[in-house]
Design a protein around this ligand. Structure first.
Ligand SMILES: [Zn+2]
Ligand SMILES: [Zn+2]
Length: 350
């Protein structure tokens, strides 16, 4: 199969013909339809995340269909449409897993980071961390739901149910999805973009933001909560400054440039600052249940899988409406490794 592989940190991905992976015990084989491209992939390639698996197939927003199953995997049938996100495995026994915080698991594995992901024609995944995709979304439309949507939703949830006025800093893939959920739930969204980015501001207004402006501006009203999706540390004091007493500022990214020092009075009056790490399966199930009811519409810019480097550069430059997605070629042959397993597990492989 074709895979786009990170062989050396700091270098572009390389197109390789590699064997179709075999699903191990409890795993499924997924024929990838589309895989979202996330800023985290850029952080990985740039060496800003420690110890990635190498060589690595990145990509943690996989939408596709079940094409096979390993021993003991019976949750899905061949042809079922599934999605895989960032959370690839948790241990189930550490103190974090046992207290409903599997996103913080000591032994967690992450798709497209510490295990291979979806920049390929096929991927394997632990079936317990696969989500059923909501009907009505094509693979291209569903892919951004799986990180931009899921982690965006966790950040949104942590902004608090009582937050009526929500500021969103960085109006990219996550913001364009979460704004729709927030508007649907009668919140008011204030969108902050790069200064002077009139197109992104217009996009935010079209999605229902009541106000859109540059990140250095103060909104016309104080915010009850702010979510920062852009990896820019100077947005932390900017968001605190825009937030009312008792408000929360949530940093939604995995990496951020250094936060400049700021006067204590910006945090004073019970403002709080927190980050979001990873997601739990509950976040995923909740968001994928809410998305079709809103309904959350995804705006995507698609690239062929082979052009993953171009897709990543497009995201880096930041002039995107919505999300970037790579699309696997449709004409792939059925994988031979599945056929060889078929005799051992006929019931699941049909
Ligand atoms: Zn992501
Ligand atoms: Zn654990």
């Amino acid at each position: 199969m074709l895979a786009m592989v990170l062989e050396v940190v700091g270098r572009p991905l390389v197109a390789r013909e590699v064997p179709v992976p075999r699903p191990g015990a409890g795993q499924v084989l997924i024929r990838v339809g589309a895989c979202g491209v996330c800023r985290t992939d850029l952080h990985l390639i740039d060496g800003e995340l420690p110890r990635p698996k190498l060589p690595l197939i990145p990509g943690h927003q996989i939408a596709g269909v079940i094409a096979g199953a390993g021993e003991g995997a019976g949750r899905f049938q061949p042809g079922d449409r599934v999605g895989v996100g960032w959370l690839g495995f948790t241990c189930g026994v550490c103190r974090f897993c046992r207290s409903g915080r599997e996103n913080l698991c000591d032994r967690g594995l992450f798709t497209g980071y510490t295990i291979d992901g979806g920049y390929a024609e096929y991927a394997v995944a632990d079936e317990r961390y696969c989500f059923r995709l909501p009907v009505g979304y094509s693979d291209l439309e569903a892919a951004p739901l799986l990180c931009a949507g899921l982690i965006g939703y966790r950040a949104y949830r942590l902004a608090g149910e009582g937050a009526e006025r929500i500021g969103i800093y960085g109006f990219g893939a996550a913001a364009h999805l979460i704004t729709q959920v927030a508007v649907h739930q009668q919140r008011r969204v204030f969108a902050f973009t790069r200064p002077g980015d009139a197109e992104a501001q217009a996009f935010a207004r079209r999605l229902g933001a009541v106000w859109a402006g540059g990140s250095e501006e103060l909104p016309p009203e104080e915010l009850d909560a702010a979510i920062i999706f852009a990896p820019v540390g100077s947005l932390v004091p900017a968001a605190l400054r825009a937030t009312a007493k008792g408000g929360v500022v949530v940093a939604g990214g995995i990496h951020m440039s250094d936060i400049p020092s700021f006067p204590y009075r910006l945090l004073w009056e019970e403002r709080s600052l927190r980050s979001v790490a990873n997601l739990t399966r509950r976040d995923g199930e909740e968001f994928l249940e809410i998305a079709p009811r809103v309904p959350v519409k995804t705006t995507v810019e698609a690239f062929p899988l082979r052009e993953a480097n171009e897709a990543l550069e497009r995201l880096r430059k930041g002039k995107i409406e919505g999300a970037v997605v790579v699309e696997a070629p449709p004409e792939a042959e059925p994988p031979s490794t599945v056929d060889s397993r078929q005799s051992r597990a006929p019931a699941r492989l049909g």
